[in-house]
Design a protein around this ligand. Structure first.
Ligand SMILES: Nc1ncnc2c1ncn2[C@@H]1O[C@H](COP(=O)(O)OP(=O)(O)O)[C@@H](O)[C@H]1O
Ligand SMILES: [Mg+2]
Length: 311
């Protein structure tokens, strides 16, 4: 598959000198769903704004469908649909017009059947003649989605789409994302709900302090998540891990009173039985054992934290 969005060393320094993007390089394949994870202030919205042409990068280059977002703005922009983080609708405008005008803005011919289908799919059809100000927060979000899809974009950006939305809208949203994926639309979403990224993304990127710390296939990341820890409390503390156990991924904890064994849950053998036998052979007496699973959340927090240490 070819690259739909190419981000080459993108930088953004805001007025006042704050560096929100410090050279992000990323290639997004046509038809994939990429989730960008990162804490508040990481630069997710800034990156999306630069790709969508709302904000100009201070350095580097960004292309959408081969069109440079600065020099070839119109072409690049017409390929992109954006569901923004903040609701930015005209309060006195009617739902129908809001969505229809948005299509017109991109120079696409009027297509009332398409707008009707969109509004029906988003459960907005009954509200088509209502003014935006008469809608609930969840419905305004639905209008934002309809608006983003009105001109048949090839790339859809969803910036924190589910922050504070109800279960029903969340479910509708994922149904729409699935439909769009089936149509071959490339989807980039930002979130700080990790389970959400886990559920729908093909690839996961982690961004922190304006830098992309990692981009990885979800399946590879899940395999990494499959690590578990076996904690073995010892009767008598150890000074060091015995030489004969150097094959195992072991660490001493709690001033030698515990051994922590990390193993891969996806592996054919965990090695636990062999390790316990080896400990018994060394005359090491166990007091208690427990296991715990490392989560994507921990991997994520660890990464972001390491990023802070380096800064
Ligand atoms: N217009 C702006 N002027 C100055 N600083 C900004 C502006 N917009 C965002 N920032 C700063 O840039 C950083 C990244 O913001 P943003 O891209 O919104 O992060 P995220 O979407 O990951 O929460 C933040 O520290 C934010 O305060
Ligand atoms: Mg944001």
């Amino acid at each position: 598959m070819s690259a739909m969005v190419e981000i080459d060393n993108a930088m953004k320094t805001y007025e006042g000198g704050f560096e929100a993007l410090k050279g992000v390089t990323l290639s997004i394949r046509e038809g994939e769903i990429l989730a960008l994870l990162g804490p508040n202030g990481a630069g997710k919205t800034t990156l999306i704004s630069c790709i969508c042409g709302i904000s100009q990068p201070s350095g580097g280059a960004i292309r959408v469908g081969g069109h440079d977002v600065v020099s070839d703005y119109r072409e690049a922009r017409s390929l992109v649909g954006l569901v923004p983080q903040e609701v930015n609708l005209e309060p006195f405008e009617k739902v129908w017009n809001t969505v229809r005008f948005s299509r017109g803005l991109f120079g696409k011919p009027r297509d009332d059947a398409h707008i009707e289908a969109l509004l029906k799919r988003l459960s907005l059809w009954d509200k088509r003649d209502n003014q935006i100000k008469e809608l609930s927060g969840g419905m305004k979000r639905r209008v934002l989605i309809a608006k983003a899809l009105a001109h048949d974009p090839r790339v859809l950006f969803l910036d924190e789409p589910t922050a504070g939305v109800d279960v029903e809208l969340r479910r509708d949203m994922w149904r729409i994302v699935e439909d769009m994926r089936a149509d071959g639309v490339t989807i980039i979403l930002t979130t700080h709900y990790i389970e959400e990224a886990e559920a729908i993304a093909d690839r996961i990127g982690v961004i922190s302090k304006g830098e992309l710390l990692l981009v990885e296939e979800k399946s590879a990341l899940m395999a990494r998540m499959g690590r578990k820890e076996l904690r073995i409390e010892l009767q008598a503390p150890l000074d060091a891990i015995p030489e004969s156990l150097s094959d195992y991924d072991l660490a001493l904890a709690d001033e030698g009173r515990a051994l922590v064994y990390s193993y891969d849950t996806a592996a054919e053998r965990t090695g636990i039985a062999r390790l316990i036998a080896a400990l018994a052979e060394k005359g090491i007496v166990l007091r208690d054992v427990s296991t715990r699973q490392s989560s994507l959340e921990e991997i994520f927090v660890g990464l972001v934290h390491d990023g802070e240490d380096a800064a």
